[in-house]
Write a protein that binds this ligand. Sequence first.
Ligand SMILES: NC(=O)c1ccc[n+]([C@@H]2O[C@H](COP(=O)([O-])OP(=O)(O)OC[C@H]3O[C@@H](n4cnc5c(N)ncnc54)[C@H](O)[C@@H]3O)[C@@H](O)[C@H]2O)c1
Length: 422
Amino acid sequence: MGKKVKIGVFGGGRGFTMIKQLLNHPDAELVAVCDKYPPLLEKVRKAAEEAGADVALYPTFDEFIKHDMDAVVLANYAHEHAVFGVRCLEAGKHIMSEVLPGETPAQLVKLVETVEKTGLIYSYAENYCYMKAPFEMWKRYREGAIGEIQYAEGEYIHDCSSIWPGITYGERDHWRNNMFPNFYCTHSCGPLITISGLRPVKVVGFETNPNRSEKQMRIGMTPKAAIEMITLENGAVVKSIHGGLKMEPGSVNYQVYGTGGMMESKRYGEADFNMYLEGEKLCRGEWSKYSPVNDIGKDIPSKSTGHGGSDFYTTHCFIEKILGRPDGDWCIDVYTACDMGLCGIMAWRSVLDGNAPKEIPNFRLKADRDRFRNDNICTHREVAGDSVVPRTTYPGPRVPDEVYEEVRKQWLTKDSAVSDLF
Ligand SMILES: NC(=O)c1ccc[n+]([C@@H]2O[C@H](COP(=O)([O-])OP(=O)(O)OC[C@H]3O[C@@H](n4cnc5c(N)ncnc54)[C@H](O)[C@@H]3O)[C@@H](O)[C@H]2O)c1
């Protein structure tokens, strides 16, 4: 057996999914975990003990990053991945980043240039790309099964109201309470970008009206959906919708229409994966419907089953990429991560500009990076300074402190406040 990749995990909430995978991967060794919340570190200590692993635990990033390791998984706050990613790269570590890639264009420019400067690996853990149907679509599209893409839809409907206390802890300033609606866009648009292999060039954004029912106001959360209408570089149009609309269970769905047929996940079809291919005659074709089997990492004995099994592939492919093996080819690189994240960032600017179309810059090009390297427009004043923008076009009354106190109480009374949601 060759050398194992030494990996640290930054953030022990969602990060616990990767922690479990790393404790069970034959080619990786979990060596360090950082989280400022002590009960999460305690949970990691127990898991490491059960697995017979020696894992160093750190409450601060500054201490954690000094640890002897090859790579870091970023599962910290969603708007701080680029900022901490740059610090990891500068410390000589490969990185895998949870969603989203960054909060502002300037942060993404810095991220891209640090990846280029260091030559280290960046892999974007957009796990929805690896779910059964979209992963199959990715492979079939590459083979040319449905011809050239003309239109596609991606949908991630997830009403987080019932788990809100466990994922925001009653913190007014938690990123989930503060992000603009289009921010969390890559579960819906990301798979369509990997499937087509094309770059998004233009976006028009929308925000729906918020749900301000009494029940929602009691937890200080007023869910809505955000929509991105994206033009790809070949002229194809993509609709991406995500948010907390009322539907249980939530909906994760993709449809891709090409010049020779279409593919879709389960929404309208009967099986996990459904594909229509036009034959020799116009408007005459055949459907195939099946549950795809994925043989990537088939020899790994223990796999994460989270998010429809997709959670396994992000971590596995990252390890394989570091080891220079073929499964690593399925990793999502920093440029594609920026393409995906910029769909939401630029869509929000479109919303604020009366739904005017906005260009999506190509951060592979220095000229485009130069135009955006000082652009920190976002909803956080500490990042944006005077360029701060509102996080909704439906301003409402300020949520009273008592609401957050009550949400915090609900969180703390649940099983020692260590969430096992992800
Ligand atoms: N891909 C998916 O399916 C999926 C699902 C859930 C969450 N996520 C992503 O995972 C990330 C983490 O989400 P989460 O649900 O765990 O919630 P979260 O963002 O509240 O948790 C982040 C964790 O990192 C720790 N942390 C943040 N900054 C720190 C610092 N400077 N020092 C020490 N500790 C720090 C926090 O204490 C917390 O435990 C987010 O980016 C989110 O978008 C992805």
